[in-house]
Every structure is written in C-alpha cells, then in structure tokens.
Design a protein. Structure first.
Length: 679
C-alpha cells in the first residue's frame, strides 16, 4: 500500500508524516495533548508499547530524529497540508455537527468534486476530503452520524456520490457501540472511481442495530468481516441476509431523497429464502421457544414461598468496608484508562490463578446480559491482567435500573476482568457467593450505595450485607440462585418470543407463510362464581412501544443538528434534555393552561394562598401562570432569553427549581426553537 490517512476527532485535523519516507501520512487527533507538538514520536498503527513502558515519558536526549517529521498544526479542511497526496487507504473518524469548518473560505476548493457541502454538512466535507486523497480504486472508511445518510440538505451530494459509484457499503451500528454512545453510528466504505460503470456495482447495506446481545464485540466484527468478504467476491450475486444485510442497485437509490440509511433498505427487504426453508427455520425457533417456556415454568416452581411471620425479619448488617477490614473478602476494580488496576483487601493466599489460552475480557455488557466474555485483551490494553476465578462476583460499576451482580462459574474462570467492573472475592468459609450476590442487589443498596444523577455509580464500600451463619447463608444462596435462573429464563423466553413473532409477521406479510386453518386464540377457562358481583371495568394497561420510543429518542437527539454556537458533543445533553423536559411539562399542562391563567388573573391581587387554587385549576401538583408558550417564544428570536426565563419563572417552585438545576441559562440566548422538531 502507498499509505494510510487517519482522521481524528476532537480536532479539525492535522497531517503528520510517517517516520520513514513515503507517501503515507497520519491524520489523527494529537496524542497526549502537547506531546505531539513537542516532537514525540507517535506510535505506529498496529503496534503497542510494552506494558511496563506504557506511561513512561521518552527522554529528550534519546528521542529519534527524523528529518521527514512535519507538524504544520493547521486545519485539514481550511488548509490542506498535503494537497498532492494519493493513498491506498484512508481511515477517518471526523468531528460531528461542526458548522465552523471553513465553508466560506474553501468554497472554490478543488476537493468538492461532488458539490460544495452546506454549512450543516461538515461530515460530507470530510467525505470528499478523504476521496480527494485516494488513488483511483483506493478505499476510505469513515465513522459517520446517522443523519448524514438521510438529511435533506445533503441529498444532492449523496446522489452524486452514489451515481459516480463512490459508495460501496454502509454499516449501521447499535447505540452504545462507539462514542457518542447515545446514537447508533454508521460506517461508510467509499472507493474512488477507477473507470468502472457505477450502475454495475450494487451498494452493500448492513444493519446490526437489532443484533442479539451475544453478537457484540468480536462476534460483531467477525460477522461484518464475513459479509464484506462475501460481497467483495461477487457483489452482483450477493445473497441477502433477512433483517441484516442486502445489496441495492445504484439506480434504485437515485430517488427523490437518496436515503442511504441501512434500516430503510435492510428491514424492508422481503425474506430471501424459499417458503420451505423459511418454515423449517421458523418451526425450529418455535421449538426453542417452547423449550425455554417449559424451563421458565420449572424455575418458577409450584411450591409456595411461605411468609416469615407477621412482621419482616431484620438482621444486623455490615458494610463491605468492614468485611474488607476483617479479611472476609477481597475487592478488585477493573482497569481504566486513567489509572492502574488497584486492589483492596489483604486476604490473599492460595495458588496463583491460571489464564486460559483463549482468555477474553469481561465487559459490563457481558455481566448484565449473562453471556460469555467477549472483549479482546489487545483492545483493552490491560497493564496488569486480573484473572477471574469461580465464585467471584462481578458487578458493573455504572448502574442503570438496578444492581446486576453475576457469580462466575467454571466456564467463566480463567478470563480477565475488564474495565468499569467491580469484583468481589469472598472467603468461602465465611461468605456464600450467591448469598453475597443476592444481598448486594437489594433496593436498599441501590438507594444508599450509589451516587450520581445521569450516570449512577456504585460506591462499593457502602454496600451492606447481613451477618448470618453459614447454614442460613447457604439457604438464602440457593434461593437467590433460583431467582437468578428464573430471571435468565424469562429474558431468554421473551427474546425468543419477540424473534418468533417478528418472523411470523415477516413471513405472513412477505407471502411466504399462509395462515393456519384455525387462528383462534384460546384462553384458559375461568372458574365460575356462584355470586353475582357488579362489573367494574379495569383501566387499560399501557405498554411501551419500543419502536415509537426509539423514534422519539432519535428525534430528540437530532435537535443537535439545529444548535447554534460553539457547542461540543458533551454539551448536547445540557441543552436537549432540559428542553425535552420543558416541552413535556408544557404538553401536560396544555389542557388547563387557559383556566390556570384566568384563576391567576382573578386572585393575584387577593390576600390568599394562590398555590392551592392554581393546583386545583391545573389538575396537577404543578402549574404555570405565564401566557407564554415555547412556540410563542420561538416567534421572537430577539427576545428569546428574556421570554424563556420569564416562562420558566412562572412555573410552580418544584419544576422551576429542577429545570434550573439541570440547565444553563447563559446558553439559552443561543437557542433557536423549532416547535415541529420537539412535538
């Protein structure tokens, strides 16, 4: 290969030549702040430092001199430091939603072969910048936000890219795969045209957003690599994978929107298998569902769980800090990028643990899902690997809805402890592991041993455990183990039921399956009652529509494209979340807004306690006495900050105080509301 070009985030871009002569350059974010500016040698791609020298600062006297080193420290889009470079491969992770990327300064640049990107489409500027530095036939891989594949402002450039055959593949990832973790990113694979007719090569679309939890990490990488290899061998005869991958001819993409979102092309594709094969696979999955349902019923059991008495039992408890001081357990925190692995507790003893030849790294996702370890040791750069043993208890350091401990078994032994995990190793003669895991996950520990609002972390030393004899601990341990098995069986049954229902929907709507002879839903007969009781209708139970929830979530976070000013990605939530809450409060109070305003105008000059009257008029425990609305505030941009603060101040004390604590009024002047995007 002639060279590689790396794109960096967090910086507008810097070119750095390799240590030896040649056309290859690096384009990446500066490593270690000013280290790169002072001339430190950057690590090569695919090479890692020795573990013992990972944090050692190189001596200036022994720094290698390279006459080809060059650090212009400029802006890659405004001032291309290597205009004549042509590489074989370009890797780029560009910054997202950057409006000040030099639209006016480089409007007549030669790189905009497919059109001048709008100010709001900085990602498409990076796309053309990477293509401009490729040899004919060279490929570029970019990590892109999902909006770049479907926003109307970039339609013309997407159309030109597809028509010219520059787009080869687009892969959609699930949210949480790569930062920023709140959205699912896309990976674009581009190729500089080399004269081949573009309409003869279809575009590969891969959607991994709905992959199972066990198809993450290394399994996800292998799946995408296998699909890409199959596509390269025969693009025109690529066999679609229902719900995962599909090729689309270029002419089919050149419509009014030129939407390159993989979900639009993969999930709407009809099943590409014969009816006999589809029915056989469906019946196999239905068999697994029945087996999982039987296991769920067996774990639920038929015996009654007896009460302990008229009053609940209370125990004397001890904190984890006390157990550590008493050498009843060891505590180990997973490694992180900012500090070395630290170990607490002094029980020690016993033979040294053995690392498995195929050792993987436990991640927080592995612990919560109950699946095997999926992380690769090379990815996490463990300076001092810590080996997991049987009966160790793994707990994610960051809590979502509840504390989810996991007791390691013999299959988990020999793997490595990953980042953001806490490991408890109890003394088997003093603590039962399942007893300890069960009481670590109590609601009391969730309330008293966690800290944080948006990101909730566990303070392991504050977790409390009852002090009970070993025979009683083992009884509770067996019960907690049964509850854990019940929860895992329920999770598996629910997942199989959802997949089965989805395949039935696709088969029926795709003309592959025919309805059975009898489609009546049979219900279990109810026992007859000898007494006639008045019928009271039960209120309808509202269930969460996950698809609608995901759509609303993506729409809320897409408001980041409308932000004005110098916003960083870490600041998006500081603006979007408070205004989402504000819009929700306005929708709740909308039916009684006029009534509250009338009561306020009638009684504001009376010597009365208005709060009671206003809450009764609002039919809620909170209210707003202002005649402003978000739509009315947005209609006068010159007075946005003034009217917005007056509107917030008209709320009753509780919501107004909560909103001010989660937002920054100084940033309100830069807000431009679009009511249609928040409804």
């Amino acid at each position: 290969m002639g060279g590689r070009t790396h794109g960096g985030r967090g910086d507008t871009g810097r070119f750095r030549p390799r240590d030896r002569p040649g056309p290859g350059v690096r384009h990446r974010r500066p490593l270690g702040g000013r280290r790169a500016e002072r001339g430190h040698r950057l690590p090569r791609a695919g090479h890692r430092r020795a573990p013992g020298r990972a944090r050692r600062r190189p001596d200036r006297r022994h720094r290698p001199r390279c006459r080809h080193r060059r650090d212009p420290g400029g802006d890659s889009l405004r001032d291309d430091a290597f205009p004549g470079l042509a590489a074989d491969i370009v890797l780029c992770n560009p910054p997202f939603a950057t409006r000040d990327w030099g639209h006016d300064e480089v409007a007549f640049d030669d790189r905009w072969v497919y059109g001048l990107p709008p100010k709001s489409e900085s990602e498409l500027a990076w796309v053309q910048h990477c293509l401009a530095h490729l040899k004919p036939g060279g490929r570029a891989v970019l990590l892109m936000p999902p909006g770049a594949a479907e926003r109307p402002t970039g339609r013309d450039i997407r159309t030109a890219l597809a028509r010219d055959g520059a787009v080869r593949a687009i892969v959609a990832f699930a949210a949480g795969t790569a930062p920023p973790f709140n959205i699912g990113l896309h990976m674009w694979v581009l190729q500089r045209p080399d004269g081949e007719r573009p309409e003869e090569t279809p575009v590969l679309f891969v959607d991994t957003a709905n992959f199972r939890e066990d198809l993450q990490g290394d399994a996800l990488r292998e799946t995408i690599t296998a699909l890409w290899s199959t596509y390269l061998r025969a693009p025109k005869s690529f066999e679609a994978v229902p719900g995962t991958a599909r090729t689309v001819p270029v002419l089919d993409l050149l419509n009014a929107a030129t939407d390159l979102n993989p979900a639009r092309h993969v999930r709407t594709a009809a099943p590409m298998s014969t009816p006999v094969q589809y029915a056989a696979a469906l019946n196999k999955r239905r068999g697994r569902l029945r087996h999982a349902a039987d296991a769920l019923l067996s774990f639920a059991g038929t015996e009654d769980w007896r009460p302990v008495g008229a009053e609940p039992v209370t125990w004397r408890t001890a904190s984890v800090a006390d157990l550590l001081r008493g050498n009843a357990l060891d505590l180990q925190r997973g490694p992180s990028t900012s500090r070395a692995t630290s170990r607490r507790g002094a029980r020690g003893g016993g033979p040294a643990p053995v690392i498995r030849p195929d050792a993987r790294v436990f991640t927080a996702r592995d612990v919560t899902s109950g699946g095997p370890a999926t992380g690769l040791p090379a990815e996490h750069e463990l300076a001092t690997p810590f080996v997991v043993q049987a009966d160790d208890i793994l707990v994610p350091e960051v809590v979502r809805s509840r504390i989810t401990p996991r007791v390691a078994d013999d299959q988990d032994a020999g793997h490595l402890l990953g980042p953001h995990l806490i490991l408890f190793r109890p003394d088997p003669e003093r603590l039962d592991p399942w007893f300890l895991a069960g009481f670590l996950a109590t609601e009391g520990n969730m309330r008293n041993a966690t800290a944080g609002s948006s990101i909730v972390r566990i303070d392991a030393s504050r977790l409390r455990v009852p002090l009970l004899p070993m025979d009683v601990q083992r009884r509770y341990g067996r019960a907690f183990r049964r509850v854990y098995a019940l929860r895992r069986a329920a999770h598996l049954t629910g997942r199989l039921a959802e997949l089965t229902a989805r395949e039935l929907d696709v088969g029926l709507s795709g003309g592959v399956l025919e309805p059975p002879a009898s489609s009546a839903v049979t219900a279990r007969p109810r026992p007859r009652s000898t007494t006639i009781e008045p019928h009271t209708p039960k209120p309808e139970r509202t269930t969460l529509d996950t698809g609608k929830h995901a759509e609303l979530t993506n729409r809320a976070w897409s408001v980041a494209d409308l932000l004005r000013g110098n916003y960083k990605q870490s600041d998006y939530g500081k603006v979007i979340l408070p205004f989402t809450v504000l819009r929700r409060l306005e929708c709740v109070l909308e039916p009684t807004r006029e009534k509250v305003h009338q009561v306020y105008e009638l009684r504001k000059n009376q010597d009365l306690e208005l709060d009671r009257f206003l809450r009764r008029a609002a039919e809620h425990r909170f209210y707003n006495t202002s005649d402003y609305t978000l739509e009315k505030i947005a209609s006068d941009p010159s007075q946005t900050a003034k009217h917005l603060l007056a509107y917030i101040g008209a709320f009753s004390p509780t919501p107004a105080k909560s909103w001010r604590s989660t937002s920054s009024p100084s940033r309100s002047s830069g807000w431009r509301a679009r009511t249609s995007s928040t409804r």
